[in-house]
Design a binder for this molecule. Structure first.
Ligand code: PMM
Length: 296
């Protein structure tokens, strides 16, 4: 496995020179965090363009909900939801990634202009995925995943969550490289909320820098509106705020992720995260200048 790259992101995508902001376009009736608000093509495209206007560097289009307990959508329906939205957003000049576990959907989205495949199963759900991405030669997100959403909560069992996620991700990265995807096309993702409880997610966020350094690959962090943030923000009676009231908390994770050198964050509301990334960049720059002054 390759462990270092001069680039900060995967080969095949623009270099943004800072943590990129990926805006989420869920073309689903049942996503846990935005509840189907962007379900038809026109509304989904409009949402994608709004996210770009708010500062998104790329948009991630998905047609299958992966919220805990979610049932799978069939392939024809997923294609129907995703492909026209990808095509229209690409036509508007957007950099588009496709969030899918299916090779056929990835292929159709790439054909429609998508330039990144974001597979939450890291190629495990569909054996045709890795060969399809290898052939298309596009960047690929390998997320830590232990099984489908229907029963993933029962798989949230770890000895040492950070060590176990590292080991399992490393194994997956080796497998996809073995399967023909170039290592410099890969992005890793700790898979917050996937077969993980709030303590697991927080422990992983606390060690983002270690995950990035030890795997030596660009890292995507997708904490946006997730349950662990609801747990952190819960009132005295333990009731978490609804998903849409977790955007400030999401921006806090963006600042931490950017500080730890994440390649990108995946978020539902872009503006606060784009601002957080700019602030982290300005502080880093000031730190470098202060360091240089100190050296004079
Ligand atoms: N989480 C969701 C969907 N897609 N992709 C990546 N790479 N990482 C994630 O953690 C991830 C993802 C689920 O969240 P949503 O339903 O709010 O989009």
């Amino acid at each position: 496995m390759s462990t270092s790259h001069a680039r900060t992101g995967p080969v095949g995508l623009p270099e943004w020179g800072r943590c990129a902001v990926m805006g989420v376009v869920n073309v689903t009736p049942d996503s846990f965090s935005d509840g189907g608000r962007w379900f038809d093509t026109g509304a989904a495209v409009k949402r994608g363009l709004e996210l770009i206007a708010a500062g998104a560097d790329l948009v991630d289009v998905g047609g299958e909900s992966t919220r805990p307990g979610a049932a799978r959508v069939d392939e024809a329906e997923e294609l129907r939801r995703v492909v026209p939205v990808v095509r229209e957003l690409v036509g508007e000049g957007a950099v588009v990634s496709v969030d899918t576990m299916r090779a056929a959907v990835a292929e159709a989205a790439i054909e429609a202009g998508a330039v990144l495949v974001n597979d939450v199963s890291g190629g495990l759900a569909d054996p045709a995925m890795v060969p399809a991405v290898a052939t298309a030669d596009v960047p690929f997100v390998v997320m830590h995943w232990r099984g489908f959403s229907a029963d993933m909560n029962s798989r949230a069992v770890y000895g040492d969550v950070v060590g176990d996620v590292l080991t399992e991700l490393r194994r997956r990265v080796d497998a996809v490289v073995e399967g023909g995807i170039e290592a410099d096309r890969l992005v890793i993702d700790p898979g917050l909320g996937f077969a993980k409880n709030a303590e697991h997610d927080l422990a992983l966020v606390a060690r983002l820098g270690r995950l990035r350094r030890e795997l030596g690959l660009p890292m995507l962090v997708a904490a946006s509106r997730k349950r662990f943030l609801g747990r952190v923000l819960a009132g005295p009676d333990g009731t978490p705020p609804p998903a849409r009231e977790r955007d400030h908390a999401t921006a806090a994770i963006t600042a931490l992720a950017a500080h730890e050198g994440a390649w990108a964050v995946r978020v539902h509301e872009v503006r606060a995260s784009a601002d957080a990334v700019r602030v982290v960049g300005a502080v880093a720059e000031a730190g470098r200048s202060a360091g240089a002054e100190g050296a004079v």
